[in-house]
Design a protein around this ligand. Sequence first.
Ligand SMILES: Cc1ncc(COP(=O)(O)O)c(C=O)c1O
Length: 499
Amino acid sequence: MNDTKTTHQDRRAPLEISAEEIRRLGYRVVDIIADELADPARRGVYPPPQSPERMAQQFGGPPPEDGMDGDAILDLIRDELLPASPNYCHPRLMSYVSSSALALPGLIEGLVASLRLYPYTWTLTPGSTEIETTVARWLGQMLGFGDNAAGYMATGGTGANLMALVAARVAKAGWYVREDGIAHHEPLVAYGSTQTHACLDQAFRLMGLGSRGLRRLEVDEDFRVRVDVMDNAIAEDKAAGRRPFCIIANAGTTNTGAVDDLSALADLAARHDLWFHVDGAYGAVAALSPAARPLFKGLERADSMAVDPHKWLNVPYEAGCVLVRSWDVLSRAFTLVPEYLRMADGHDAHDHWHHGWELTRGDRALKVWVAIKQIGFAGLTAMVDEHLAMTKRLAHMVEDSDDLELMVKPSLSVCCFRFVPPDLRSDTPDNGYLDRLNEETERVIQQAGDGLITGTDLNGRRCFRPCFVNHRLTQDGIDHMIALLRRTAREADARLRSR
Ligand SMILES: Cc1ncc(COP(=O)(O)O)c(C=O)c1O
Protein backbone atom coordinates (compact mmCIF):
# COMPACT_ATOMS: atom_id res chain seq x y z
CA MET A 1 0.00 0.00 0.00
CA ASN A 2 1.20 3.46 -0.86
CA ASP A 3 0.46 4.61 2.65
CA THR A 4 3.23 2.55 4.19
CA LYS A 5 5.78 4.57 2.22
CA THR A 6 4.42 7.91 3.43
CA THR A 7 6.75 9.47 5.97
CA HIS A 8 6.09 12.08 8.65
CA GLN A 9 8.00 14.49 6.43
CA ASP A 10 5.54 14.00 3.55
CA ARG A 11 2.46 14.31 5.68
CA ARG A 12 3.40 17.31 7.75
CA ALA A 13 1.24 20.42 7.55
CA PRO A 14 3.24 23.49 6.56
CA LEU A 15 4.62 25.40 9.55
CA GLU A 16 4.51 28.60 7.56
CA ILE A 17 1.47 29.91 5.72
CA SER A 18 1.41 32.63 3.08
CA ALA A 19 0.70 36.27 3.84
CA GLU A 20 -2.48 35.92 1.85
CA GLU A 21 -3.59 32.98 3.95
CA ILE A 22 -2.74 34.89 7.13
CA ARG A 23 -4.98 37.73 5.91
CA ARG A 24 -7.81 35.39 5.03
CA LEU A 25 -7.73 33.46 8.31
CA GLY A 26 -7.14 36.68 10.25
CA TYR A 27 -10.22 38.31 8.73
CA ARG A 28 -12.21 35.22 9.65
CA VAL A 29 -11.06 35.60 13.27
CA VAL A 30 -12.03 39.27 13.19
CA ASP A 31 -15.41 38.35 11.72
CA ILE A 32 -16.08 35.92 14.56
CA ILE A 33 -15.22 38.63 17.10
CA ALA A 34 -17.24 41.30 15.29
CA ASP A 35 -20.29 39.03 14.95
CA GLU A 36 -20.26 38.36 18.70
CA LEU A 37 -19.80 42.01 19.63
CA ALA A 38 -22.38 43.28 17.11
CA ASP A 39 -25.05 41.71 19.31
CA PRO A 40 -23.42 40.96 22.65
CA ALA A 41 -26.68 39.74 24.24
CA ARG A 42 -27.25 37.11 21.57
CA ARG A 43 -25.94 34.39 23.86
CA GLY A 44 -26.72 34.03 27.56
CA VAL A 45 -23.90 34.51 30.04
CA TYR A 46 -23.94 30.88 31.17
CA PRO A 47 -23.41 28.37 28.36
CA PRO A 48 -26.10 25.70 28.01
CA PRO A 49 -25.20 22.58 30.05
CA GLN A 50 -22.59 20.43 28.27
CA SER A 51 -21.73 16.81 28.82
CA PRO A 52 -18.11 15.87 29.52
CA GLU A 53 -18.44 13.31 26.70
CA ARG A 54 -19.33 15.99 24.18
CA MET A 55 -16.52 18.27 25.35
CA ALA A 56 -14.07 15.37 25.14
CA GLN A 57 -15.36 14.48 21.69
CA GLN A 58 -14.88 18.03 20.39
CA PHE A 59 -11.67 19.03 22.15
CA GLY A 60 -10.10 15.92 23.62
CA GLY A 61 -8.73 12.70 22.16
CA PRO A 62 -5.10 11.88 21.47
CA PRO A 63 -2.73 14.45 19.94
CA PRO A 64 -3.57 14.47 16.20
CA GLU A 65 -1.12 12.71 13.92
CA ASP A 66 -1.93 14.94 10.95
CA GLY A 67 -2.43 18.68 11.02
CA MET A 68 -5.91 20.14 10.61
CA ASP A 69 -6.95 22.78 8.14
CA GLY A 70 -7.03 26.34 9.60
CA ASP A 71 -10.61 26.93 8.44
CA ALA A 72 -11.78 23.73 10.11
CA ILE A 73 -10.06 24.80 13.34
CA LEU A 74 -11.82 28.18 13.21
CA ASP A 75 -15.16 26.47 12.54
CA LEU A 76 -14.62 24.28 15.58
CA ILE A 77 -13.83 27.30 17.74
CA ARG A 78 -16.82 29.28 16.47
CA ASP A 79 -19.33 26.44 16.47
CA GLU A 80 -18.23 24.40 19.48
CA LEU A 81 -15.97 26.39 21.79
CA LEU A 82 -17.95 29.65 21.91
CA PRO A 83 -21.28 27.98 22.71
CA ALA A 84 -19.50 26.08 25.49
CA SER A 85 -18.03 29.28 26.96
CA PRO A 86 -19.54 32.01 29.08
CA ASN A 87 -20.51 35.18 27.25
CA TYR A 88 -18.47 37.80 29.08
CA CYS A 89 -19.38 40.41 26.45
CA HIS A 90 -22.95 40.41 27.76
CA PRO A 91 -24.36 43.86 28.58
CA ARG A 92 -26.11 42.51 31.68
CA LEU A 93 -22.98 40.97 33.18
CA MET A 94 -22.82 42.26 36.78
CA SER A 95 -21.30 39.29 38.62
CA TYR A 96 -18.11 38.83 40.69
CA VAL A 97 -15.82 41.65 39.46
CA SER A 98 -16.61 40.92 35.83
CA SER A 99 -16.14 43.32 32.99
CA SER A 100 -16.14 42.90 29.21
CA ALA A 101 -13.02 43.35 27.14
CA LEU A 102 -12.69 46.56 25.13
CA ALA A 103 -12.50 45.65 21.46
CA LEU A 104 -9.27 47.27 20.27
CA PRO A 105 -7.17 46.16 23.24
CA GLY A 106 -8.59 42.68 22.58
CA LEU A 107 -7.55 42.71 18.95
CA ILE A 108 -4.11 43.93 19.96
CA GLU A 109 -3.65 40.70 21.92
CA GLY A 110 -3.56 38.79 18.63
CA LEU A 111 -0.82 41.08 17.40
CA VAL A 112 1.22 40.75 20.62
CA ALA A 113 1.01 36.96 20.41
CA SER A 114 1.63 36.65 16.67
CA LEU A 115 4.58 39.00 16.56
CA ARG A 116 5.93 37.94 19.95
CA LEU A 117 6.02 41.37 21.54
CA TYR A 118 7.46 41.14 25.01
CA PRO A 119 9.27 43.26 27.57
CA TYR A 120 12.78 42.02 28.29
CA THR A 121 15.92 44.13 28.15
CA TRP A 122 15.94 47.78 27.21
CA THR A 123 18.31 47.19 24.28
CA LEU A 124 16.29 44.37 22.77
CA THR A 125 12.77 45.59 23.57
CA PRO A 126 12.91 49.35 24.18
CA GLY A 127 9.34 49.90 22.95
CA SER A 128 7.63 47.26 25.11
CA THR A 129 9.85 48.21 28.04
CA GLU A 130 8.87 51.86 27.74
CA ILE A 131 5.21 50.93 27.42
CA GLU A 132 5.23 48.84 30.61
CA THR A 133 7.10 51.60 32.42
CA THR A 134 4.60 54.15 31.15
CA VAL A 135 1.55 52.08 32.11
CA ALA A 136 2.84 51.80 35.67
CA ARG A 137 3.48 55.54 35.81
CA TRP A 138 0.08 56.37 34.30
CA LEU A 139 -1.77 54.10 36.74
CA GLY A 140 0.10 55.65 39.65
CA GLN A 141 -0.79 59.15 38.44
CA MET A 142 -4.39 58.37 37.53
CA LEU A 143 -5.21 56.65 40.82
CA GLY A 144 -3.32 58.98 43.18
CA PHE A 145 -0.58 56.52 44.22
CA GLY A 146 2.10 58.95 43.06
CA ASP A 147 3.59 60.55 39.99
CA ASN A 148 6.64 58.33 39.56
CA ALA A 149 5.46 54.82 40.26
CA ALA A 150 7.50 51.87 39.13
CA GLY A 151 5.56 48.71 38.34
CA TYR A 152 5.27 45.33 36.73
CA MET A 153 2.46 43.72 34.80
CA ALA A 154 1.36 40.48 36.43
CA THR A 155 -1.32 38.08 35.25
CA GLY A 156 -3.88 39.59 37.61
CA GLY A 157 -4.53 40.71 41.16
CA THR A 158 -3.38 37.40 42.61
CA GLY A 159 0.04 37.75 40.97
CA ALA A 160 0.33 41.48 41.70
CA ASN A 161 -0.47 41.01 45.41
CA LEU A 162 1.96 38.10 45.66
CA MET A 163 4.75 40.16 44.12
CA ALA A 164 4.10 43.04 46.51
CA LEU A 165 4.20 40.70 49.51
CA VAL A 166 7.46 39.11 48.34
CA ALA A 167 8.99 42.60 47.95
CA ALA A 168 7.64 43.62 51.37
CA ARG A 169 9.23 40.59 52.99
CA VAL A 170 12.61 41.28 51.43
CA ALA A 171 12.41 44.89 52.59
CA LYS A 172 11.23 44.28 56.14
CA ALA A 173 12.28 40.81 57.31
CA GLY A 174 15.55 42.09 58.71
CA TRP A 175 17.67 39.28 57.25
CA TYR A 176 18.56 38.02 53.78
CA VAL A 177 15.34 36.14 53.05
CA ARG A 178 16.24 35.56 49.42
CA GLU A 179 19.39 33.72 50.33
CA ASP A 180 18.68 32.31 53.77
CA GLY A 181 14.99 31.49 53.51
CA ILE A 182 12.71 31.61 56.51
CA ALA A 183 13.72 28.60 58.59
CA HIS A 184 15.45 29.39 61.91
CA HIS A 185 13.97 32.88 62.12
CA GLU A 186 11.05 34.44 63.93
CA PRO A 187 7.73 33.70 62.20
CA LEU A 188 6.81 36.50 59.80
CA VAL A 189 3.26 37.81 60.11
CA ALA A 190 1.14 40.43 58.34
CA TYR A 191 -2.25 42.03 58.89
CA GLY A 192 -5.42 42.33 56.87
CA SER A 193 -9.10 41.96 57.61
CA THR A 194 -11.77 39.30 57.42
CA GLN A 195 -12.61 40.94 54.07
CA THR A 196 -9.13 40.67 52.55
CA HIS A 197 -9.27 38.72 49.27
CA ALA A 198 -8.48 34.99 49.42
CA CYS A 199 -5.56 35.48 47.05
CA LEU A 200 -3.62 36.93 49.98
CA ASP A 201 -4.03 33.59 51.79
CA GLN A 202 -2.69 32.02 48.63
CA ALA A 203 0.29 34.40 48.70
CA PHE A 204 1.07 33.45 52.29
CA ARG A 205 0.88 29.77 51.43
CA LEU A 206 3.16 30.17 48.44
CA MET A 207 5.64 32.21 50.46
CA GLY A 208 5.88 29.39 52.99
CA LEU A 209 4.38 31.55 55.74
CA GLY A 210 1.12 29.60 55.93
CA SER A 211 -2.26 31.26 55.69
CA ARG A 212 -2.18 31.73 59.48
CA GLY A 213 0.69 34.14 58.91
CA LEU A 214 -1.95 36.52 57.58
CA ARG A 215 -3.87 37.87 60.56
CA ARG A 216 -7.47 38.40 59.46
CA LEU A 217 -8.84 41.03 61.79
CA GLU A 218 -12.31 42.16 62.71
CA VAL A 219 -14.14 44.82 60.68
CA ASP A 220 -16.60 47.52 61.72
CA GLU A 221 -20.22 47.70 60.57
CA ASP A 222 -19.06 49.17 57.23
CA PHE A 223 -16.70 46.22 56.67
CA ARG A 224 -13.58 48.37 57.20
CA VAL A 225 -10.81 46.85 59.28
CA ARG A 226 -10.69 48.01 62.89
CA VAL A 227 -7.44 49.89 63.23
CA ASP A 228 -7.43 49.59 67.04
CA VAL A 229 -7.75 45.81 66.76
CA MET A 230 -4.86 45.75 64.28
CA ASP A 231 -2.70 47.85 66.58
CA ASN A 232 -3.30 45.39 69.43
CA ALA A 233 -2.63 42.38 67.21
CA ILE A 234 0.73 43.83 66.14
CA ALA A 235 1.69 44.47 69.77
CA GLU A 236 0.70 40.93 70.76
CA ASP A 237 2.69 39.36 67.94
CA LYS A 238 5.77 41.40 68.81
CA ALA A 239 5.45 40.45 72.48
CA ALA A 240 5.19 36.79 71.49
CA GLY A 241 8.44 36.96 69.49
CA ARG A 242 6.89 37.00 66.02
CA ARG A 243 8.00 39.43 63.35
CA PRO A 244 5.29 41.65 61.82
CA PHE A 245 6.35 42.86 58.38
CA CYS A 246 3.35 44.21 56.50
CA ILE A 247 -0.09 45.80 56.73
CA ILE A 248 -2.44 44.95 53.87
CA ALA A 249 -5.23 47.46 53.37
CA ASN A 250 -8.28 47.00 51.16
CA ALA A 251 -9.07 49.70 48.64
CA GLY A 252 -12.36 48.15 47.62
CA THR A 253 -13.14 44.76 49.15
CA THR A 254 -14.58 42.15 46.84
CA ASN A 255 -17.56 41.50 49.11
CA THR A 256 -18.87 45.04 49.59
CA GLY A 257 -16.41 47.49 48.03
CA ALA A 258 -15.35 48.75 51.47
CA VAL A 259 -12.26 50.96 51.50
CA ASP A 260 -10.24 50.71 54.72
CA ASP A 261 -9.07 53.88 56.45
CA LEU A 262 -5.87 54.14 54.43
CA SER A 263 -4.51 57.18 56.28
CA ALA A 264 -4.92 55.56 59.68
CA LEU A 265 -3.32 52.36 58.41
CA ALA A 266 -0.44 54.33 56.88
CA ASP A 267 0.11 55.93 60.31
CA LEU A 268 0.02 52.52 61.98
CA ALA A 269 2.50 51.08 59.47
CA ALA A 270 4.83 54.03 60.02
CA ARG A 271 4.60 53.71 63.81
CA HIS A 272 5.49 50.00 63.72
CA ASP A 273 7.94 50.29 60.82
CA LEU A 274 5.91 47.94 58.61
CA TRP A 275 5.44 47.78 54.87
CA PHE A 276 2.14 49.32 53.81
CA HIS A 277 0.49 47.48 50.93
CA VAL A 278 -2.90 48.33 49.42
CA ASP A 279 -4.97 45.77 47.52
CA GLY A 280 -6.82 47.92 45.00
CA ALA A 281 -7.23 45.10 42.47
CA TYR A 282 -10.92 45.82 42.13
CA GLY A 283 -11.58 49.19 43.76
CA ALA A 284 -8.61 51.49 43.22
CA VAL A 285 -9.89 52.47 39.76
CA ALA A 286 -12.75 54.28 41.56
CA ALA A 287 -10.15 56.87 42.55
CA LEU A 288 -10.51 58.19 38.97
CA SER A 289 -13.82 59.69 40.09
CA PRO A 290 -13.50 63.03 41.88
CA ALA A 291 -16.53 62.03 43.98
CA ALA A 292 -14.85 58.83 45.24
CA ARG A 293 -11.27 60.14 45.44
CA PRO A 294 -11.47 61.27 49.12
CA LEU A 295 -12.07 57.63 50.14
CA PHE A 296 -8.58 56.82 48.92
CA LYS A 297 -6.73 59.40 51.00
CA GLY A 298 -3.60 57.69 52.28
CA LEU A 299 -2.97 55.71 49.10
CA GLU A 300 -0.21 58.20 48.33
CA ARG A 301 1.60 56.85 51.40
CA ALA A 302 1.45 53.16 50.43
CA ASP A 303 4.71 51.35 49.72
CA SER A 304 2.98 49.19 47.14
CA MET A 305 -0.39 48.59 45.61
CA ALA A 306 -2.10 46.06 43.36
CA VAL A 307 -4.50 47.18 40.67
CA ASP A 308 -6.18 45.09 37.99
CA PRO A 309 -6.71 46.78 34.63
CA HIS A 310 -8.54 43.59 33.58
CA LYS A 311 -11.32 44.44 36.02
CA TRP A 312 -12.74 47.97 36.04
CA LEU A 313 -10.62 49.27 33.14
CA ASN A 314 -12.20 46.57 30.94
CA VAL A 315 -8.85 45.47 29.54
CA PRO A 316 -8.64 41.85 28.25
CA TYR A 317 -7.34 39.15 30.61
CA GLU A 318 -4.55 38.93 31.80
CA ALA A 319 -3.62 42.32 33.20
CA GLY A 320 -2.78 42.91 36.84
CA CYS A 321 -0.23 45.48 37.97
CA VAL A 322 1.88 45.91 41.06
CA LEU A 323 2.99 49.48 41.74
CA VAL A 324 5.89 50.42 44.00
CA ARG A 325 7.88 53.57 44.71
CA SER A 326 11.08 52.63 42.87
CA TRP A 327 12.48 50.00 40.55
CA ASP A 328 14.95 48.96 43.27
CA VAL A 329 12.10 47.60 45.37
CA LEU A 330 11.35 45.06 42.67
CA SER A 331 14.90 44.27 41.60
CA ARG A 332 16.01 43.75 45.22
CA ALA A 333 13.25 41.15 45.54
CA PHE A 334 13.52 39.42 42.17
CA THR A 335 16.68 39.95 40.13
CA LEU A 336 18.59 36.81 39.22
CA VAL A 337 21.19 36.70 36.43
CA PRO A 338 22.61 33.31 35.40
CA GLU A 339 25.63 33.30 33.07
CA TYR A 340 23.61 32.33 30.00
CA LEU A 341 21.53 35.49 30.31
CA ARG A 342 24.39 37.88 30.94
CA MET A 343 24.33 40.46 28.13
CA ALA A 344 27.54 41.46 26.38
CA ASP A 345 26.54 45.10 26.62
CA GLY A 346 25.75 44.95 30.34
CA HIS A 347 22.48 45.65 32.05
CA ASP A 348 20.25 48.62 32.21
CA ALA A 349 18.07 49.52 35.19
CA HIS A 350 15.10 49.21 32.88
CA ASP A 351 15.71 45.64 31.83
CA HIS A 352 12.30 44.45 32.85
CA TRP A 353 13.18 40.89 33.67
CA HIS A 354 14.91 42.14 36.85
CA HIS A 355 11.58 43.32 38.19
CA GLY A 356 9.60 40.11 38.47
CA TRP A 357 9.88 36.39 39.01
CA GLU A 358 9.09 35.39 35.42
CA LEU A 359 11.61 35.35 32.64
CA THR A 360 9.61 35.08 29.41
CA ARG A 361 6.18 36.71 29.40
CA GLY A 362 4.10 38.42 26.74
CA ASP A 363 3.65 42.17 26.57
CA ARG A 364 0.79 42.52 29.05
CA ALA A 365 1.07 46.29 29.21
CA LEU A 366 0.30 47.07 25.57
CA LYS A 367 -3.43 46.36 25.86
CA VAL A 368 -3.62 48.59 28.95
CA TRP A 369 -1.70 51.31 27.14
CA VAL A 370 -4.04 50.99 24.12
CA ALA A 371 -7.14 51.17 26.36
CA ILE A 372 -5.92 54.31 28.13
CA LYS A 373 -4.74 55.89 24.85
CA GLN A 374 -8.01 55.14 23.09
CA ILE A 375 -10.53 55.97 25.82
CA GLY A 376 -8.48 58.55 27.65
CA PHE A 377 -8.54 59.63 31.27
CA ALA A 378 -11.80 61.55 30.75
CA GLY A 379 -13.60 58.62 29.11
CA LEU A 380 -12.52 56.16 31.80
CA THR A 381 -13.50 58.59 34.55
CA ALA A 382 -16.93 59.06 32.96
CA MET A 383 -17.41 55.27 32.90
CA VAL A 384 -16.48 54.95 36.58
CA ASP A 385 -18.73 57.90 37.50
CA GLU A 386 -21.60 56.24 35.69
CA HIS A 387 -21.05 52.93 37.51
CA LEU A 388 -20.94 54.72 40.86
CA ALA A 389 -24.17 56.57 40.02
CA MET A 390 -25.87 53.31 38.97
CA THR A 391 -24.90 51.78 42.31
CA LYS A 392 -26.36 54.69 44.24
CA ARG A 393 -29.58 54.52 42.24
CA LEU A 394 -29.90 50.81 42.95
CA ALA A 395 -29.25 51.30 46.67
CA HIS A 396 -31.97 53.98 46.84
CA MET A 397 -34.39 51.79 44.95
CA VAL A 398 -33.70 48.89 47.33
CA GLU A 399 -34.18 51.11 50.36
CA ASP A 400 -37.51 52.34 49.00
CA SER A 401 -38.87 48.88 48.24
CA ASP A 402 -40.91 46.59 50.47
CA ASP A 403 -39.36 43.31 49.31
CA LEU A 404 -35.63 44.12 49.09
CA GLU A 405 -33.27 44.81 51.97
CA LEU A 406 -29.96 46.69 51.72
CA MET A 407 -27.19 44.87 53.61
CA VAL A 408 -24.78 47.81 53.79
CA LYS A 409 -24.54 51.24 52.21
CA PRO A 410 -22.37 50.83 49.09
CA SER A 411 -18.95 52.49 49.08
CA LEU A 412 -18.05 51.87 45.43
CA SER A 413 -19.86 49.87 42.73
CA VAL A 414 -21.01 46.82 44.70
CA CYS A 415 -24.54 46.89 46.10
CA CYS A 416 -25.37 44.06 48.51
CA PHE A 417 -29.05 43.37 49.14
CA ARG A 418 -31.40 40.44 49.59
CA PHE A 419 -34.96 39.57 48.74
CA VAL A 420 -37.25 39.50 51.77
CA PRO A 421 -40.95 38.77 51.20
CA PRO A 422 -42.96 41.59 52.79
CA ASP A 423 -44.52 39.28 55.40
CA LEU A 424 -41.06 38.21 56.61
CA ARG A 425 -39.70 41.72 57.12
CA SER A 426 -39.10 41.57 60.82
CA ASP A 427 -36.30 40.62 63.13
CA THR A 428 -37.88 37.30 64.05
CA PRO A 429 -35.53 34.36 63.38
CA ASP A 430 -36.30 32.68 60.06
CA ASN A 431 -34.26 29.48 60.59
CA GLY A 432 -32.24 30.18 57.49
CA TYR A 433 -35.29 30.44 55.22
CA LEU A 434 -34.18 33.76 53.70
CA ASP A 435 -30.74 32.34 52.97
CA ARG A 436 -32.30 29.38 51.21
CA LEU A 437 -34.69 31.62 49.30
CA ASN A 438 -31.98 34.00 48.09
CA GLU A 439 -29.63 31.17 47.19
CA GLU A 440 -32.35 29.38 45.24
CA THR A 441 -33.19 32.63 43.42
CA GLU A 442 -29.52 33.11 42.55
CA ARG A 443 -29.30 29.59 41.18
CA VAL A 444 -32.32 30.00 38.91
CA ILE A 445 -31.19 33.41 37.61
CA GLN A 446 -27.73 32.10 36.82
CA GLN A 447 -29.11 29.18 34.88
CA ALA A 448 -31.49 31.44 32.93
CA GLY A 449 -28.37 33.13 31.60
CA ASP A 450 -30.20 36.33 30.77
CA GLY A 451 -27.41 38.37 32.34
CA LEU A 452 -25.55 37.44 35.50
CA ILE A 453 -25.74 38.56 39.14
CA THR A 454 -23.86 36.58 41.77
CA GLY A 455 -24.15 36.55 45.56
CA THR A 456 -22.12 36.38 48.73
CA ASP A 457 -22.48 35.82 52.49
CA LEU A 458 -22.38 38.89 54.71
CA ASN A 459 -22.41 38.32 58.46
CA GLY A 460 -23.65 34.82 57.72
CA ARG A 461 -26.56 35.97 55.56
CA ARG A 462 -26.88 35.14 51.86
CA CYS A 463 -27.40 38.13 49.60
CA PHE A 464 -26.96 39.36 46.05
CA ARG A 465 -23.91 41.47 45.24
CA PRO A 466 -24.19 42.99 41.76
CA CYS A 467 -20.92 44.67 40.89
CA PHE A 468 -20.91 47.35 38.19
CA VAL A 469 -17.63 47.44 36.29
CA ASN A 470 -18.76 46.33 32.84
CA HIS A 471 -18.50 49.07 30.21
CA ARG A 472 -21.50 47.63 28.32
CA LEU A 473 -23.81 47.90 31.31
CA THR A 474 -26.84 50.16 30.94
CA GLN A 475 -29.49 51.37 33.37
CA ASP A 476 -32.08 49.41 31.37
CA GLY A 477 -29.98 46.28 31.81
CA ILE A 478 -29.87 46.77 35.59
CA ASP A 479 -33.64 47.41 35.76
CA HIS A 480 -34.20 44.28 33.66
CA MET A 481 -32.12 42.15 36.05
CA ILE A 482 -33.78 43.51 39.19
CA ALA A 483 -37.23 42.82 37.71
CA LEU A 484 -36.08 39.30 36.79
CA LEU A 485 -34.65 38.80 40.26
CA ARG A 486 -37.90 39.84 41.95
CA ARG A 487 -40.01 37.67 39.67
CA THR A 488 -37.74 34.68 40.22
CA ALA A 489 -37.65 35.23 43.99
CA ARG A 490 -41.44 35.41 44.26
CA GLU A 491 -41.76 32.16 42.32
CA ALA A 492 -39.05 30.52 44.45
CA ASP A 493 -40.80 31.75 47.60
CA ALA A 494 -44.09 30.18 46.50
CA ARG A 495 -42.28 26.95 45.60
CA LEU A 496 -40.36 26.69 48.86
CA ARG A 497 -43.39 27.49 51.01
CA SER A 498 -45.52 24.89 49.26
CA ARG A 499 -43.09 22.09 50.19
C1 LIG B 1 -9.86 42.90 45.93
C2 LIG B 1 -9.34 41.81 45.05
N1 LIG B 1 -8.06 41.41 45.18
C3 LIG B 1 -7.53 40.45 44.41
C4 LIG B 1 -8.29 39.78 43.48
C5 LIG B 1 -7.69 38.69 42.63
O1 LIG B 1 -7.54 39.17 41.33
P1 LIG B 1 -7.36 38.18 40.05
O2 LIG B 1 -8.64 37.42 39.95
O3 LIG B 1 -7.13 39.12 38.93
O4 LIG B 1 -6.19 37.32 40.31
C6 LIG B 1 -9.64 40.14 43.32
C7 LIG B 1 -10.50 39.45 42.34
O5 LIG B 1 -11.67 39.67 42.26
C8 LIG B 1 -10.17 41.19 44.12
O6 LIG B 1 -11.45 41.59 44.00
